[in-house]
Design a protein. Structure first.
Length: 284
């Protein structure tokens, strides 16, 4: 049984999606100029499509699963379920107004015109906040709408903010944060679902590994208890005696979020020769 996955043909999510599949050990010759390719060593067929079309193809069963931005999933409102967040393609969707405007909050947008490519998300946000504004849907270059007199405000994707800055706009409200997500159709064939579970197992192992580092360090034996208490590890740290008497080597795993703080504490408590090594896959 083959699992069919839709990946963005070209654009911001293409490389991250292909990289993830590669790290899952799935070999597929890079054929993004083809419509679809089969993986050599996993029952997976990859379809390359425009991101906007993916939720519908998933709903209709042309493919079983797809990778899209959460923003696209929410905007298209198709019969899809979110299976897994994937940790790349991060961005936010915000409301912005011309920098020289006095406006600072969305309540001041009552009666104004807002240009966007995401009318569904914007409408539900405005309704929820009891703001009545008119929405002008445009498909690209939303950021120029205020300058050409088409709108008073925009609602669009922001990543670094430089596009807003270059267009003399200021962000007044973040509406949504988004990242790439794996979506699936609702009623999946049982055999296909088993292939999806195998893929998910690999995706989770790859993602956990990305967020964790393997740490090796040397510690004087009288500091071992203290140092081990700073290092939770997967079960508990591994301790190996060094050839030099009175010293041990300690091995463990640290989460990226705690990384620098833990390293500082380890150093402060007598750890030496600290090595940090990337983890390729992590299966708990
Ligand atoms: P397509 O040709 O497939 O329709 P597109 O032009 O609609 O592509 P991209 O600009 O490639 O889309 O963006 C795809 C997704 O990448 C967005 O929907 C969003 O989830 C995510 N993304 C992350 N960072 C950014 C960013 N800085 N600008 C735009 N999209 C971003
Ligand atoms: Zn698109």
């Amino acid at each position: 049984m083959t699992l069919k996955i839709a990946v963005q043909k070209s654009g911001r999510l293409h490389d991250g999606s292909m990289q993830l599949l590669k790290e899952c050990g799935i070999e597929c010759s890079n054929g993004s100029n083809q419509l679809r390719i089969r993986a050599a060593n996993f029952p997976l067929e990859i379809f390359f499509l425009r991101d906007d079309d993916i939720p519908e193809y998933v709903q209709d069963g042309v493919v079983d699963i797809g990778i899209v931005g959460e923003n696209v999933m929410l905007e298209k409102k198709k019969q899809n379920r979110l299976v897994e967040k994937l940790g790349f393609g991060k961005c936010r969707l915000s409301i912005a107004v011309p920098r020289n405007e006095e406006i600072t909050s969305i309540s001041e947008l009552n009666g104004k015109r807002i240009a966007t490519s995401y009318p569904v998300i914007l409408r539900s946000y405005l309704d929820m906040n009891l703001v009545s504004a008119s929405i002008h849907e445009i498909s690209g270059s939303v950021e120029i709408a205020p300058r050409i007199g088409l709108a008073d405000a925009i609602f669009d994707i922001v990543s670094s903010g430089s596009t807003l800055f270059n267009n003399e706009l200021k962000e007044i409200q973040t509406v949504l944060t988004s990242e790439a997500v794996l979506i699936a159709k609702n009623n999946m064939d049982e055999e296909v679902n088993r292939v999806l579970e195998r893929l998910l197992f690999r995706i989770r192992a790859v993602r956990k590994a990305r967020y964790n580092k393997y740490v090796l360090l040397n510690a004087p034996n009288d500091k071992l208890d203290l140092i081990c208490s700073l290092l939770p590890g997967m079960k508990s740290p591994t301790i190996l005696p060094l050839a030099e008497p009175g010293w041990s080597s300690v091995h463990s795993v640290i989460h990226e979020n705690d990384f620098w703080e833990v390293i500082e504490q380890l150093k402060a408590n007598g750890a030496e020769g600290i090595l940090i090594v990337p983890i390729e896959k992590m299966i708990l």
